[in-house]
Ligand binder design. Structure first.
Ligand code: NAD
Length: 486
């Protein structure tokens, strides 16, 4: 097999120290890898490139298809975009894999039995970053959940479970409230689950699901979540294992993958030979399995387990062990790497040794083409800005629909129906969602019906902010949510 070339970003803050330590361990374990270094992060940002990454770096990642990345500092202010989000979205790294495993008593944890892998959707959801201030009072952020996005992440999760011998996937969503977006996510989850009958599939509403996960993580095997929930959940799970310094992660797409610890660049600890390189080193272990060098991954992971079993730890774990009244030897970043290297070839005696005996490649997802699904335009929501009361704007709009094909069905304010028959107690902002249907509700309307209505509203001195089309599928199923109280 040809030598694998891997692109390396040494990062900022503690990044260079933990990356050098990790590469030294991987090399000592016999990794057949050529490391190709790129410059990304703080220096690139400060040189005037607000994305934090230049063309040469992109070229290297695209050529080698594997990026081993240390954490990067995002300078505050100045319009700098998070490089992590840029890399994930530009390269289509849709699956964020974050195992959270307790190594108690060697890493004291209140949850000794936990061994949970989170698969977090990495490209969509509120992270699409589509935000607007629509009126002086009202802002919005669009939550984008797509069928291809759901199919990719759900298939990835089941393929991962199959490849790594996991038995159950729990999907966490809030589909009782977000029936269309989170509803699609969980619908695709169960459609996908049918193709993997050997893997158990269940779901929880995220609020109680997270409470259960935090109360008894040992009862979970894998969890699958949309982007934002997954981001929050994995930091919590990481810390529950004992330290954010030991939590690894992978960002995986169809052809390219990026491996990184979940923690940041911890600038306060930079340059002190203090930081724990374990999160990055264990990300490197995940990477070696994926690039087809499972024997290297197994050797490094078992040596790492043996090192922490022997009580050799960096300051973050030393603090925990001290508090728990346990014996330990506190070492620096470099010395920790030396200790792992000394134990290459050894296995842990109390903790379970890991076995990666085959190269694992995860099958690319197959997408359903739904682009030609017929959807009928049956109404529209016209959003307006006004500082009057609900009845004044409602009566005015009813008047404006005279002689047109469409009728005002209702007006809502922050999603709550306020016209007709609103309640005086409901709080009102300056932002109104005005819902129109065909005068025969259910019949189609045209784009001209919408633009004519927008013009009439505008001519009446009411500011139109935006519109949303209301569609129904051929079988009559609604493709939009009802207003609360509609
Ligand atoms: P952080 O994760 O860098 O640090 C928080 C605290 O966690 C540290 O002060 C330290 O006590 C502890 N810690 C983190 N990593 C450790 C390690 N390896 N060993 C021992 N202790 C460790 O979070 P932050 O301070 O909020 O962010 C610092 C910078 O990192 C910011 O600029 C942020 O944008 C960036 N960041 C980058 C990434 C990434 O590149 N993937 C992720 C998160 C944050």
């Amino acid at each position: 097999m040809a030598k694998q070339t891997i692109t390396v970003a040494r990062g900022d803050g503690i990044g260079p120290e933990i990356m050098d330590a990790s590469i030294r361990v991987l090399d000592a374990a016999g990794a057949d890898v050529e490391w190709e270094h790129i410059d990304v992060g703080e220096q690139v940002y400060l040189s005037g490139n607000t994305s934090g990454i230049g063309q040469e770096a992109w070229d290297s990642i695209k050529k080698n298809k594997v990026l081993f990345k240390a954490p990067i500092t995002t300078p505050q202010g100045g319009g700098y975009k998070s490089l992590n989000v840029t890399i994930r979205k530009t390269l289509g790294l849709y699956a964020n894999v974050r195992p959270a495993i307790a190594y108690d008593p060697f890493v004291p944890s209140k949850f000794p039995g936990m061994n949970v892998v989170t698969i977090r959707e990495n490209e969509e959801d509120l992270y699409a970053g589509i935000e607007h201030q629509q009126t002086p009072e009202v802002t919005q952020c669009l939550k984008i959940i797509t069928r291809p996005g759901c199919e990719k992440i759900c298939q990835y999760a089941f393929e991962y479970a199959k490849a790594y011998g996991r038995k159950r996937i729990t999907c966490m969503i809030k589909d009782n409230i977000m029936k269309i977006t989170d509803g699609l996510f969980v619908k695709v989850f169960y459609e996908t689950a049918k193709k993997y009958p050997e893997i158990q599939a269940d779901d929880w509403i995220i609020d109680i699901g997270m409470a259960k996960l935090v109360d008894a993580p040992e009862e979970f095997d894998m969890v699958l979540m949309p982007n934002l929930y997954g981001d929050v959940a994995t930091d919590i799970l990481g810390l529950m294992t004992g330290s954010v310094g030991i939590a690894p992660g992978a960002n995986v797409g169809d052809d390219i993958a990026m491996y990184e610890a979940i923690h940041g660049s911890a600038p306060r600890h930079a340059g002190q030979n203090k930081a724990n390189p374990s999160g990055l080193l264990l990300s490197g272990v995940m990477m070696m399995v994926q690039v087809g060098q499972p024997e290297v991954a197994e050797k490094v992971h078992n040596a790492w387990l043996k090192t922490i079993e022997d009580g050799i730890v960096t300051y973050d774990l030393a603090r925990k062990l001290k508090a728990a009244g346990k014996e330990y030897t506190e070492v620096g970043t470099k010395e920790f790497a030396d200790a792992v290297i000394e134990r290459l070839g050894q296995k842990p005696s109390t903790l379970e040794a890991v076995k990666y005996d085959k190269a694992i490649k995860i099958k690319k997802p197959e997408l359903t083409n739904v682009r030609n699904t017929k959807m009928n335009l049956i109404g529209c929501d016209i959003f307006t800005k006004d500082d009057c009361d609900a009845n004044t704007i409602g009566d005015k709009l009813v008047e404006l629909t005279e002689g047109t094909n469409i009728a005002l069905k209702m007006i809502s304010n922050r999603g709550q129906k306020v016209y007709p028959s609103g309640h005086p107690e409901t709080f009102l902002t300056d932002h109104w969602r005005c819902r129109f249907y065909n005068k025969t509700q259910g019949d189609v309307i045209t784009n001209s019906d919408i633009t004519d209505m927008m013009n009439k509203i505008s001519d009446a001195g009411i500011e139109v902010i935006k519109t949303e089309n209301l569609y129904a599928f051929e079988d009559g199923e609604r493709a939009y949510s009802l207003g609360q109280g509609e």
